[in-house]
Design a protein around this ligand. Structure first.
Ligand code: SF4
Ligand code: SF4
Length: 299
C-alpha cells in the first residue's frame, strides 16, 4: 500500500481542495484527514459515519477530597499554578484547575497522602465514515485541546488498518499545515509528500521550511503552486527555489472561481465540471500517481 500525504507550509493554500479533488479521481483509496486542529475534508466528502470513539491524548490530576490532609505540598511543587488554594475566609479544600493542569504528574508523586488521582482526559473524538469516494478516517480535536500529534498518529494508524482490511492499495492523507508536531506525525514514513503552496511571501517561506522537514524525515516530496497566476513573478521564484532544492513542481494551478463554487456546493472541483483548475488538478493527479508508483523519478 502506498501513502500520499498532501501538506502545506501554511494554512489556506488550497491543500484540502486538492485532496478532495484527488479523492474524486482515485480508484479504491482510503482517505484520512490529519488536519485535526481544523478538520474540514468531511464537509466536502460528507461521510456517513459508522464508528466514533473518544480520543484521550493525556492525563490530568484531580485531588480526592476525602484523602487530602490539606498539607499544601501540591501547591508548592506545581510549576503551572494549577492548584487552587482553599479560601482562607470561606474554607473549602485544595482543588486542581483542569484547564491549567499540564499533566506533569509532579503533584501526584509528591503528595504524602496519595490523595491525587491521575486520570485520562478526553481531548476529542475520531470517526470512520463512508463517503461517495471511499472510507474516510477523520477527527475533531476539542476546543483548546493539545496533543494533536498523537491524534494524527492515531488517524494514520486507523486509516492504514482500514486500507489493509479493505484491500485498498492507496491511502490519501490531508496532512496538517505548518512544521510542528502534527505535520511531523502526518508525514513520517509516508511514500510521497505533495506540498501545496501559493505565490505569497509566506507561502514561499513556508514551502522551504516544510520541504526541509520532509527531507529531514527522508520522505520524497514534490510541489504544486496553487493560484499561480495571481503573482506570476513570485510563482517563478517558487519554481526556481524548488529546483534549487531538487523538488519537482508538478503543476501550477490557476486561480479559478470554480474552486470556491465547489466548496460552497459541498463538492470537489472535479465534480463541479470542466474548468481551468479542474483540468490542472486532473493532470496533477496523474503526475502524482506516476511519481508515487515510480513511473517518474523524484528529482
Ligand atoms: S499534597 Fe496531597 S494531601 Fe497535601 S494538599 Fe495536596 S492533595 Fe492534599
Ligand atoms: S499534574 Fe503537574 S500541572 Fe497538573 S496539578 Fe499536578 S503538578 Fe500541577
Amino acid at each position: 500500500m502506498k501513502e500520499l500525504v498532501i501538506i502545506s507550509g501554511k494554512g489556506g493554500t488550497g491543500k484540502t481542495s486538492v485532496t478532495a479533488g484527488f479523492a474524486a479521481l482515485a480508484d479504491r483509496a482510503v482517505l484520512a484527514d490529519c488536519d485535526v486542529d481544523a478538520a474540514d475534508l468531511h464537509l466536502v466528502l460528507k461521510p456517513r459515519t459508522y464508528k466514533s470513539e473518544d480520543f484521550s491524548g493525556g492525563k490530568t490530576a484531580r485531588i480526592v477530597a476525602e484523602r487530602c490532609t490539606g498539607c499544601g505540598t501540591c501547591a508548592g511543587v506545581c510549576r503551572f499554578g494549577a492548584v487552587i488554594l482553599p479560601d482562607p475566609d470561606a474554607g473549602g479544600a485544595y482543588r486542581i484547575d483542569p484547564t491549567a493542569c499540564e499533566g506533569c504528574k509532579v503533584c501526584v508523586e509528591f503528595c504524602p497522602a496519595a490523595a491525587i488521582a491521575f486520570e485520562d482526559t478526553i481531548n476529542g473524538r475520531w470517526h470512520i465514515g463512508q463517503t461517495r469516494f471511499g472510507p474516510l478516517v477523520y477527527a475533531e480535536l476539542g476546543v483548546a485541546e493539545e496533543n494533536s500529534g498523537k491524534l494524527v498518529s492515531l488517524i494514520r494508524k486507523e486509516a492504514r488498518a482500514l486500507a489493509v482490511d479493505k484491500g485498498c492499495d492507496l491511502l490519501i492523507v490531508d496532512g496538517s499545515p505548518g512544521v510542528g508536531c502534527p505535520v511531523i506525525a502526518s508525514i513520517a514514513g509516508a511514500d510521497l509528500v505533495l506540498i501545496v503552496t501559493e505565490p505569497t511571501l509566506s507561502g514561499r517561506h513556508d514551502l522551504g521550511r516544510v520541504a526541509d522537514l520532509a527531507r529531514h524525515f527522508g520522505v520524497p516530496a514534490a510541489v504544486c503552486v496553487n493560484k499561480a497566476d495571481i503573482n506570476p513573478a513570485l510563482s517563478e521564484q517558487i519554481c526556481s527555489e524548488a529546483a534549487e532544492r531538487s523538488l519537482s513542481v508538478l503543476a501550477s494551478i490557476p486561480y479559478d472561481p470554480q474552486v470556491t463554487a465547489a466548496q460552497v456546493a459541498g463538492q470537489t472541483i472535479i465534480e463541479l465540471g470542466p474548468g481551468p483548475a479542474e483540468r490542472v488538478v486532473r493532470r496533477l493527479w496523474e503526475q502524482t500517481l506516476d511519481l508515487l508508483n515510480g513511473r517518474m523519478a523524484a528529482r
